[in-house]
Design a protein around this ligand. Structure first.
Ligand SMILES: [Zn+2]
Length: 378
């Protein structure tokens, strides 16, 4: 066991040493993983794209086993990390203290990646009778952009998927969707002493928001008890408008974020926003409303009866749960897989200075993934 532990720790150390903040290219990390996987008998393929800044990003697809047919199991991890504070000295130097390994990405999700690679190395090719695939994506932290590119290209299809995220080794079967829109209300500027000279975009926006609040309330009728809270939520997180206290506001903008339940039509609330926009334009002459949909990601819910969920339940003795954060499970589901989210470390420490993974969870995760390869691909 200490052998495995050493292998895991040194690979995780190498991965943490590569700064893979989402804004950077993940090619250095892909290169390291490629070399390692090629030695373990994998055929690797780079799915390359340029991000919005023109930076080259790569989704790495590695397959092993009989080349014909759909991979039976995909182990999926994202190569990118959130940024770290410049004064966090150990961000790129994996550091062990009291059974915990500290570093950026230590748990989210370089720990899972180290486990997946090590597990694949430890199962001899001769024991594998069905294809296994490892998928390492880019730009997850920015909105699962890499995984979405795979969906567009229909690459990365598999029968079952284990998606790595820090779940403290709990099986996660569902997450809510994530949608975002920007609403812009335009009125007409004028002198505040002469209200008839303009149309206040702020007052028009206030009417809109009052209606939006009752529409959000209506969303609470439909529930899924697997989630806390059990209904779709809505948030207006940012608002700005107006120029000066004595000017009738000509424009007001705000963001609307909503998190639909997996069973809900992902476009529904965006349609509601547009209906409210038409209603406001009719009610307030001179007002115009534009709804810009920025994101519309559906949630996901895998049946507890799925073989891959039951496998993780059997290995961990823990019942399936749901999470509030987004994962790449929806994209893997869109690619035809039954997906479960699972991995070492705790999401609550994931995006902070002092991110860490407990060594025992790292070792345990590798054992589970090794067993998964033998079970699904044996
Ligand atoms: Zn993550």
């Amino acid at each position: 066991v200490s052998d495995v532990r050493e292998t895991l720790q040194s690979l995780l150390g190498e991965l943490v040493a590569i700064d893979s903040t989402s804004t950077r290219s993940n090619v250095p990390m892909v290169g390291l993983l490629e070399r390692r996987l090629a030695k373990a008998g994998f055929e690797t393929h780079r799915h390359v794209y340029k991000d919005e800044q023109g930076v080259e990003k790569v989704n790495l697809l590695a397959t092993r086993g009989p080349s014909a047919g759909l991979p039976e199991l995909a182990l999926v991890g994202h190569s990118d990390c959130v940024p770290f504070d410049a004064d966090w000295k150990e961000a790129l130097t994996l550091t062990e203290r009291e059974g915990k390994l500290y570093g950026r990405g230590a748990c989210d999700t370089k720990a899972f990646i180290a486990c997946a690679v090590t597990a694949a190395e430890r199962v001899p090719v001769s024991e594998q009778h069905k294809p296994l695939m490892l998928v390492f994506t880019a730009d997850e932290e920015l909105g699962c952009f890499g995984a979405k590119k795979l969906v567009e290209a229909r690459r990365g299809e598999a029968r079952y998927a284990i998606v790595g995220e820090p779940t403290s080794l709990r099986p996660i079967i569902a997450n809510k969707g994530y949608c975002l829109a920007e609403v812009e209300v335009l009125g007409k500027e004028g002198h505040s002493a002469y209200p008839e000279s303009g149309v206040s975009a702020i007052l028009a926006a206030a009417r809109y928001l009052a209606q939006l609040e009752s529409e959000a309330e209506r969303l609470r009728i439909e529930t899924d008890e697997a989630f806390t809270p059990p209904f779709a939520t809505v948030n207006v997180g940012v608002i700005q408008g107006g120029k000066a206290k004595n000017v009738i506001a000509g424009a007001c903008r705000f963001t609307v974020e909503w998190r639909p339940l997996p069973a809900q039509n992902v476009a529904h609330f965006g349609d509601v926003l547009e209906r409210l926009a038409k209603g406001l334009e009719a009610a307030v002459p001179g007002a115009r409303v534009q709804v810009k949909r920025l994101r519309q990601d559906g949630g996901v819910k895998t049946s507890t009866a799925s073989k891959v969920v039951q496998f993780i339940v059997g290995q961990t003795g823990k019942t399936p749960e749901t999470v509030a954060f987004g994962t790449e499970a929806p994209q893997m589901t869109a690619l035809g897989a039954e997906a479960v989210v699972f991995g070492p470390g705790d999401i609550r420490v994931a995006h902070q200075t002092g991110e860490y993974v407990p060594v025992d969870e790292l070792v345990r995760c590798e054992e589970v993934l090794e067993q998964a390869i033998r079970t699904f691909c044996g």
